[in-house]
Design a protein around this ligand. Structure first.
Ligand code: ATP
Ligand code: MG
Length: 334
């Protein structure tokens, strides 16, 4: 029986780049079946709901989802649909790998970093959001639990071990955020003791930003809390040529959602300009998750060759072609 995968085409550039990834999966010989469902603005327009129950049911049923970026309209009662999905399905680990591909416009050619972002707690827990009636004061609550910190740090070390990586750097701000970041760092140090074969480092987030820009080769696996992970992973995307090159996997106990790191890019939506590599790379993460490393490798090679040779690449990669030409160039190599 073939594997059934939930597909959410998404908003803005989503449908075009997801289509590109699916065509490539098919050409690579993956015989998946797909359940298409909507969320975000597309769902709101069709059903009056941003996150229809049928979509949640399908995501739960198939366990694996490939998703385009989703727009959360302001004033619809949701802070973010992406965050709601992560919380609803307990997708506690957000894996955001970046790797240099030859031929991009990036400043470096030796970057290979995985950011492991805690995906359900911290400043994203959505707790205690308040603005005073006169608008003069605002507050929010950040919550870190020992269980949540331990789970994500252990996930990072297990990943490092499985993938033969050498070093895990815990990024924090425990000098200022003494309670929350302090607990995260304390737990990170405890878990690190259990993995003597892997080098453990810790770094304050501001210092980590500078170091990432100056010496990205010093980093291997980064593990950090939700908001820092959000910011650092965009920074890391910048090291390898921009958001078009950055995929993310949201992993929980029973279910996983694979997506691009970027948003729906309204500035280039509907113009056939988007670089589909982010979702193609997310589909490669999905293949690895499904235990299909040969297929993952095959697509990675084809993608790398297109980018290195500059054959029909998109504008963000220094080329002058669109999403569909780029996709065709990858397909011809499969
Ligand atoms: P969000 O709030 O949903 O994150 P955003 O305003 O941060 O939205 P993004 O969609 O994350 O917007 O995009 C940021 C910038 O990166 C935009 O200029 C966009 O055009 C560019 N960008 C994003 N994704 C791609 C892509 N796949 N290919 C080319 N450019 C992209
Ligand atoms: Mg963004």
């Amino acid at each position: 029986m073939s594997t059934k995968i939930t597909v959410i085409p998404g908003d803005g550039i989503g449908p075009d780049i997801v289509k590109s990834a699916l065509e490539i999966l098919e050409k690579a010989g993956c015989d998946f079946e797909y359940d298409y469902v909507d969320a975000g603005l597309t769902a709101l327009e069709k059903t009056g709901e941003l996150l229809p129950q049928a979509t949640l049911d399908t995501i739960a049923k198939n366990a694996v989802t490939l998703k385009g970026p989703l727009t959360t309209p302001v004033g619809e009662g949701f802070t973010s649909i992406n965050v709601s999905l992560r919380q609803h399905f307990g997708l506690y680990a957000n894996l955001r790998p970046v790797k240099s591909f030859k031929g991009t416009q990036a400043r470096y050619d030796n970057v290979d970093i995985i950011t492991v972002r805690e995906n359900t707690e911290g400043m994203y827990s959505g707790l205690g959001q308040k603005v005073s009636d006169d608008g003069s004061e605002a507050e929010a609550v950040s919550k870190i639990t020992r269980e949540g910190a331990e789970r994500i740090v252990r996930f990072a070390y297990e990943l490092a071990q499985r993938e033969g990586r050498k070093k895990v750097t815990a990024v924090h701000k425990a000098n200022i955020l003494k309670s929350t970041s302090g607990l995260f760092l304390k737990v990170a140090r405890e878990v690190a003791e259990e993995y003597p074969d892997i080098e453990s480092a810790e770094m304050i987030v501001d210092a980590a930003c500078m170091r990432l820009v100056m010496n990205p080769e010093d980093f291997d696996v980064i593990v950090t809390t939700n908001l820092f992970g959000d910011i650092l992973s965009d920074l890391c995307a910048g090291l390898v040529g921009g958001l078009g090159m950055a995929p993310g996997a949201n992993i929980g106990k029973d279910c996983a959602i694979f997506e691009a790191v970027h948003g729906s890019a309204p500035d280039i939506a509907g113009k056939n300009l988007a670089n589909p590599s982010s979702v193609i790379l997310a589909s490669i993460q999905m293949l690895e998750y499904l235990g299909l490393p040969e297929k993952a490798e095959k697509i990675t090679k084809a993608l790398a060759d297109v980018i290195e040779s500059g054959d029909r690449t998109t504008r963000d990669l220094g080329g002058s072609h669109g999403t569909t030409d780029f996709t065709q160039a990858v397909i011809e190599r499969l």
